[in-house]
Unconditional design. Structure first.
Length: 296
């Protein structure tokens, strides 16, 4: 722990050492203090894996390999916070985070993948997509932002597109963040009341709860039809943000062998948090068979 480490308590930055000292002397356990200390512990637990990511990044640079990581999932599922933890200590020269807005009029006339390909990594680089071409299979489909033909064309062609991508040497990691309806509602409510988070709340977010079942059906079709051997989906249960972040770091580190890997660290994935796309479809099929509908 560094002397100048600080945490936020009631909107103010406080020295971590002072906080621990005052907390240990106090007979009354303040929830705000406990949460701040707990958050600090979670962040510390990530650091050995974040150090490994630096080694992985260096290995990619030295071997001239390319990596793409897709972060997909429902709104407020924890994608952005996880991306920040993945990149926190990385060399900024060798990674990029891409979050594209609505297509321009020019982009609407182009090949669908063109706007994404223009952001693809060069040798030795990692590109993290905060939502990707799978927007067509999820948000665009649910809200009618694309035609049925555009959706069908995408679903028919995406596996071939990704097969070419991986065949030519790009490491592709596809992550789907899965959060429950109640937890999503709680996070939306926090966005409404927290002035530091209000910018995150969009019109689409407001409608997300009402369209919950539509998103679930679309998620099922997307994973079932686009999970493949060369480009599999990894589903991350993200109700517990801290566990989800840790497990995602492990997923990335397990994606390839790199020089200097620290074997004293536990890279085993938590089966309660990380599920393969194929297993997720089995679970959803069982839900529909037993109750007539998907649970989430």
């Amino acid at each position: 722990m560094e002397k100048n480490d600080q945490v936020e308590v009631n909107g103010e930055m406080v020295s971590l050492n002072e906080l621990i000292e005052s907390y240990s002397k106090s007979k009354v356990q303040d929830d705000t203090v406990k949460k701040a200390l707990s958050k600090r512990e979670h962040e510390q637990a990530l650091k050995p894996y974040q150090a490994e990511l630096i080694k992985l990044q260096k290995h990619l640079e030295e071997t001239n390999q390319k990596m793409i990581i897709l972060f997909e999932g429902r709104d407020a599922a924890g994608k952005g916070g996880t991306i920040r933890r993945v990149t926190r200590y990385m060399n900024e020269k060798h990674y990029r985070v891409v979050a594209l807005g609505k297509p321009t009029e020019e982009q609407r006339t182009q090949w669908f993948y063109q706007k994404y390909i223009s952001h693809f990594p060069r040798g030795g680089e990692i590109v993290l997509f905060d939502r990707s071409w799978y927007n067509r299979a999820m948000v665009e489909s649910v809200f009618g932002f694309c035609t049925q033909k555009e959706y069908d064309d995408f679903m028919k062609g995406v596996k071939g597109f990704e097969k070419d991508l991986t065949r030519q040497g790009t490491i592709l990691i596809k992550l789907y963040f899965s959060v429950t309806k109640d937890e999503q509602a709680r996070r939306f409510e926090r966005r409404k009341t927290d002035p530091l988070r209000q910018w995150k709340l969009s019109e689409i977010d407001v409608q997300a709860q009402d369209r919950w079942d539509d998103f679930t059906e679309t998620k099922y079709e997307m994973i079932k039809r686009t999970h493949s051997h060369n480009a599999p989906w990894t589903v991350v249960r993200s109700n517990d943000k801290h566990k989800a972040r840790l497990e995602v770091l492990k997923v990335i580190l397990n994606s390839l062998n790199y020089e200097g890997r620290d074997d004293s660290i536990d890279y085993t994935l938590d089966p309660e948090v990380v599920i393969s796309g194929a297993r997720e479809i089995e679970i959803m099929d069982a839900q529909r068979t037993s109750s007539g509908k998907f649970i989430g």
